[in-house]
Write a protein that binds this ligand. Structure first.
Ligand code: NAD
Length: 437
């Protein structure tokens, strides 16, 4: 464990952000940063850019901006690279994704056009709905070596002093950890044997971690949630975090469910349906990719509600999640929730939510915060799983034997207390009895 107030290496020089997948989320993120840098948009949804953090007692009135309190990299110092299995540059990819208006994209056309993806490391068995032609060739070991080479070339060409790799690629099919993922030795032997149980996302993660580079996982893919890659992260002192950005419906679940629980309101059911028409929706139309997403979406309520402790409230709780691919809606997802509640003396109530959201607009600020905090973690000497970044994920990674914390408000407190700890400040417990002495 790092010591409280350990000196943190300064955020000097450029920070290279390498995005795996240059689709809707990635291009909305990059275009947004470029617009914000030019004063043409505001970083709404980003804790690192807009958030304040309270220090000391309420009466101290000390609430600096997070970005002034912790040494994070300035937006002006970010440089971007990417991989994709389609050769479109970021302007073309963003136009196809159809999230941002043409006028916004045109305002930052030049940097977007300059962002051309490296060929991807791909295996269609892991994303059945996509047939990319811009792909690397070779065994899994050769692919990993090529990804390492891409990272090194990018570093030289961009002048980046430090790198963070973040997966914003498609959701891969559901897989369980197997023998090839059990230890680093087994994993490296499996790379050499081109073992088909190593997914493309694991190849990128391996390449990044091998170089000691932080790796964040925005999809529910297994990737670094394996003993092999966690061992590598420890060895090379690289931070990892994941899985699956917490954006629309699951974000709302982790806001509402802690509230019902705090008031001891019961739940008999929660039915969630989504319609979306972007490429992510198309990928999730494959039952094997959907299964990975479903596991990630279903997990949150059980750990918040603790039915084993509250059988009267949640003992017969039924939770169902559905995602439907519906092209006319594009990236503008609609998420319906029907929540069946139980009140005093067992009387039932219902709550209906219809969230007309925009998937990538919700995800882009999370990408920004994550890359900045992953770089901070690396400079602070933190390695392995960064549980304090659970705030951003649907399926937070935790140490073996720990259940993940899904409650958004506990996650926020944990994140801010970690920042206070890193900077040598007192953690805030909200006890407050001393104000009355
Ligand atoms: N937008 C959200 O709210 C949200 C929330 C949680 C998770 N996610 C996840 O984030 C990811 C990105 O979402 P999106 O809407 O940008 O999807 P997208 O389909 O627009 O973009 C994904 C990109 O990844 C590329 N890709 C797939 N496999 C690749 C590989 N092996 N190497 C390189 N590139 C590869 C695809 O070609 C595509 O361009 C998805 O996995 C999605 O499930 C998104």
């Amino acid at each position: 464990m790092i010591e409280k107030g350990t000196p943190i290496e300064a955020a000097q020089g450029k920070l290279g952000i390498l995005l795996v997948g240059l689709g809707a989320v990635s291009t909305t993120f990059v275009a947004g940063v470029e617009l914000i840098k030019r004063g043409l948009a505001k970083p709404i949804g980003s804790l690192t850019q807009l958030g304040h953090i309270r220090l000391g007692k309420r009466t101290d009135k000390k609430n600096p901006l997070v970005k002034d309190f912790v040494p994070i990299t300035k937006l002006e110092d970010l440089v971007f690279g990417a991989w994709d299995i389609f050769p479109d540059n970021a302007y073309e990819a963003a136009t196809k994704a159809g999230v941002l208006k043409k006028s916004d994209l045109d305002a930052v056309k030049e940097p977007l056009q300059q962002l051309k993806p490296f060929a991807g490391a791909f295996d269609q068995n892991f994303v059945k709905k996509l047939e990319g032609k811009h792909v690397k060739k070779g065994t899994r070991r050769e692919l990993a070596d090529q990804v390492i080479q891409d990272i090194e070339n990018f570093k030289k060409q961009s002048g980046a002093k430090r790198i963070v790799v973040i997966w914003c690629g498609s959701t891969e099919v559901f897989i369980q950890p197997g023998p090839a993922h059990a230890s680093l030795k087994a994993f490296e032997a499996a790379l050499d044997k081109d073992d088909k149980t190593i997914s493309p996302s694991m190849i990128y993660a391996y390449a990044a971690l091998k170089l000691g580079i932080p790796y964040a996982n925005g999809a529910p893919n297994l990737t670094t949630d394996t003993p092999a890659l966690l061992e590598l992260a420890q060895e090379t002192k690289a931070p990892v975090s994941g899985k699956d950005f917490k954006t629309g419906q699951t974000l709302l679940k982790t806001i509402l469910a802690p509230g019902f629980k705090a008031r001891y309101l019961g739940l008999s059911g929660w039915f969630s349906a989504n319609i979306l028409g972007n490429r992510d929706g198309e990928v999730l139309d494959d039952p094997d990719s959907f299964k990975t997403k479903e596991e990630s979406k279903l997990g949150v309520l059980d750990t918040i509600l603790q039915p084993e402790l509250y059988p009267d409230l949640y003992g017969n709780f039924y939770h169902k999640v559905r995602i439907h691919y519906y092209p006319p809606r594009g990236d503008n997802k609609e998420g319906w929730d029907n929540i069946d509640l139980i009140g005093w003396c067992g009387y039932d109530m219902q709550l209906k939510i219809d969230f007309l959201c925009r998937d990538s607009i919700l995800a882009a600020p999370l990408v920004l915060d994550l890359v900045l905090f992953m770089d901070l973690a690396k400079r602070a000497g933190m390695k392995g799983i960064q549980e304090w970044l659970s705030f951003y994920y649907k399926s937070p990674m935790t140490a073996a034997g720990l259940y993940p914390e899904h409650n958004l408000f506990i996650q926020e407190m944990k994140l801010k207390n970690t920042l206070r700890y890193l900077m040598g400040e007192e953690q805030i417990t909200h006890l407050g009895l001393d104000y009355y002495e």
